[in-house]
Design a protein around this ligand. Structure first.
Ligand code: GTP
Ligand code: MG
Length: 578
């Protein structure tokens, strides 16, 4: 995937780059959002302002622009938000500032995007080291503002200091909404990964790339998964792969003069494990702000887990593999095709987490990724499909190409759907569809958008679009499937019987209450209870607790549920087995 991305980069003219510079990660179409309460209104209005910028038309463009943006950025720790003017003063003489973001996590930080990498180098060359023997003299794009405070509060910065809205979704936000669709919009807009969240994740990758580039000048640390697939939540983890030599960088072409290198002494897996071990040591010892490094090297796909403390991001780093990136591209294109796709996926994922049919750690239950695939299949199977079957989106170079062939280069050319259902109708449709789906004998294909006779006895069979011999839902065992099926039915019942706005939990609230599942659809909740209750804490979904023991927990889960065979496959989510 790296090669096409770089090609896109070379092909794009500076005008195009300028044109895309301000795209945001909010979804693309202005929607009619009825305003019912000032509490829910403000963040949505902010998002509407942001989504008028032109948007990239292919995954490669989006990816390239994000990477460039990250390479031109520096992160500066500051004493408080008002010190942003001081940072601006330090940086301004060395290069034009394109964007400034402020965020706080324990401390305050400014993420500053400069006009070019050369400007970043000038800033770095101007910075000094602590004169303290205990400090390791590492140079990176993470800096600390220690002086130059005379301009604090005095200087005005000629561009806005951007930051994320503080409010996150709470179930009580839904109470004053105008309808089920509006409730789903609120959930999505409050929870989705923002422009800043995306920039910080790309920045973490590019910083790591810098640190390793001394030995491997053409290495790449590439994000995949929810950071880039259009379904990222504000606190989602950062999945990354490390590639030591991107294929487009063959450096010189002289076949007579080669770099002298060492030969690998062990097999591919051994090499990966030893290399990751070395990278983990470097991160632990030298990379600022990366803490809690854990090496999970005996997993089927070895990974390193760590936490970026400033950005408050849980990170998973694995060695280069294509399928995670390809799958991210598939999902990104689907999320861009219709503005209802991502809010619906968010809602279904949130419902699944609250109702405990999906959990934070891997196990024999439905994962976020599987839920996304189920939503995609439902949207394709609708009598008036919302998104097309995948086959229509690929551009196979020859008829025998599999689905690793490139996607169409401009998704905006895909004909628009005629389906006009609102989000509420689609959500009910989703639960109705899977409440009556013949899981026993039918498998699902998102390539064809149709069902087929199930080839094995897995409780749920959804063909992997990147390898049609594999089942994406292979890990779901029978007890978890039964719970899921029951939860679909209960959710449908709740939505149909609590659709109207009354003095109690209505619409989305009726399915987002913990333990709502299994109460036969009867609500015993009073509105007053809702206002004291967060529907989803950071710990449930957001990796806030820095729990790095997921991979051990999942072993126990597998044993308890009698799904031992699949357990080793699920030990890391970096590259699934199916
Ligand atoms: P979050 O829950 O927000 O982290 O979503 P995510 O999409 O990042 O999921 P996760 O971190 O579990 O996995 C990262 C990526 O790996 C996904 O986006 C998919 O591209 C891929 N992936 C995850 N699970 C599976 C699976 O079961 N099968 C396949 N084929 N790919 C998967
Ligand atoms: Mg992830």
């Amino acid at each position: 995937m790296a090669a096409p991305m770089a090609q896109v980069g070379h092909m794009m003219c500076s005008k195009t780059l300028r044109c895309f510079r301000r795209f945001s990660s909010g979804k693309g179409v202005k929607r009619k959002i009825q305003k019912s309460s000032s509490k829910v209104q403000r963040p949505i209005d902010e998002i509407i302002q942001n989504i008028t910028s032109p948007r990239p038309v292919s995954f490669q463009q989006m990816y390239h622009l994000r990477r460039q943006e990250a390479h031109r950025s520096i992160l500066v720790q500051i004493p408080s938000k008002k010190h942003i003017s001081s940072v601006y003063n330090q940086v301004k003489p060395l290069g034009k500032v394109m964007n400034i973001f402020h965020f706080s996590h324990i401390r305050d930080y400014a993420l500053i995007e400069l006009e070019s990498r050369a400007a970043v180098q000038r800033v770095l060359r101007s910075a000094s080291h602590f004169s303290n023997d205990e400090k390791i003299p590492v140079e990176s794009r993470v800096l600390l503002l220690t002086g130059g405070f005379e301009s604090v509060g005095k200087q005005t910065i000629p561009l806005p200091v951007q930051s994320d809205p503080k409010e996150k979704f709470e179930i009580s936000d839904c109470y004053n909404a105008t309808g089920l669709s509006h409730q789903i919009e609120i959930l999505y807009h409050r929870n989705h990964l923002t422009d800043l969240g995306c920039r910080l994740r790309f920045f973490v990758c590019s910083k790591l790339e810098d640190m390793l580039s001394g030995l491997f000048p053409h290495c790449a640390v590439l994000p995949f998964g929810s950071t880039v697939n259009g379904f990222g939540k504000h606190d989602c983890d950062l999945d990354m792969t490390l590639s030591l030599l991107q294929s487009e960088h063959q450096v010189g072409k002289n076949p007579n003069l080669k770099f002298m290198t060492k030969k690998r002494t062990d097999n591919e897996r051994g090499f990966t494990q030893r290399s990751l071990q070395t990278v983990a040591d470097i991160i632990e010892q030298f990379v600022p702000l990366c803490l809690g490094v854990h090496r999970i090297l005996n997993a089927r796909v070895p990974i390193i887990k760590f936490r970026n403390d400033a950005c408050n991001i849980e990170c998973d780093l694995s060695f280069s593999h294509i399928s995670g990136h390809r799958m991210s591209e598939v999902l990104w294109v689907l999320s861009e095709l219709d503005p209802r796709v991502a809010p619906l996926v968010f809602c279904v994922r949130h419902w699944a987490r609250v109702n405990e049919v999906n959990r934070k750690h891997p196990g024999p239950w439905v994962s976020n990724f599987m839920l996304t695939a189920l939503v995609v299949f439902f949207l394709q199977s609708h009598p008036q499909p919302v998104i097309p079957k995948l086959r229509t989106l690929y551009h196979p170079v020859n008829p025998h190409d599999d689905f690793s062939a490139p996607f169409m280069s401009d998704y905006t050319k895909v004909p628009k759907t005629k389906n006009t259902d609102d989000l509420g109708e689609l959500l009910k449709g989703f639960f109705a569809f899977y409440s009556s789906f013949d899981f026993q004998s039918r498998g699902m294909s998102v390539i064809e958008g149709t069902t087929f006779s199930k080839p094995d006895f897995s409780p749920v069979y959804l063909e992997n679009p990147l390898d049609v011999n594999l089942n994406v839902c292979k890990n779901i065992n029978i007890p978890e499937f039964e719970r899921l099926k029951k939860a679909f039915e209960t959710a449908l019942w709740n939505l149909e019987t609590n659709g109207e706005k009354k003095q109690r939990a209505w619409g989305l609230m009726s399915i987002l209450l913990p333990n709502g599942n299994g109460n036969n659809g009867k609500l015993h909740v009073h509105v007053g209870d809702l206002f004291s209750q967060r529907s989803e804490s950071g710990n449930q979904d957001g990796n806030q607790d820095g729990n790095v023991d997921d991979h051990q927990v999942d072993n126990q889960g597998g044993n308890q549920d009698g799904n031992q065979d699949n357990v080793s496959d699920m030990r890391t989510k970096a590259e699934p087995s199916h």
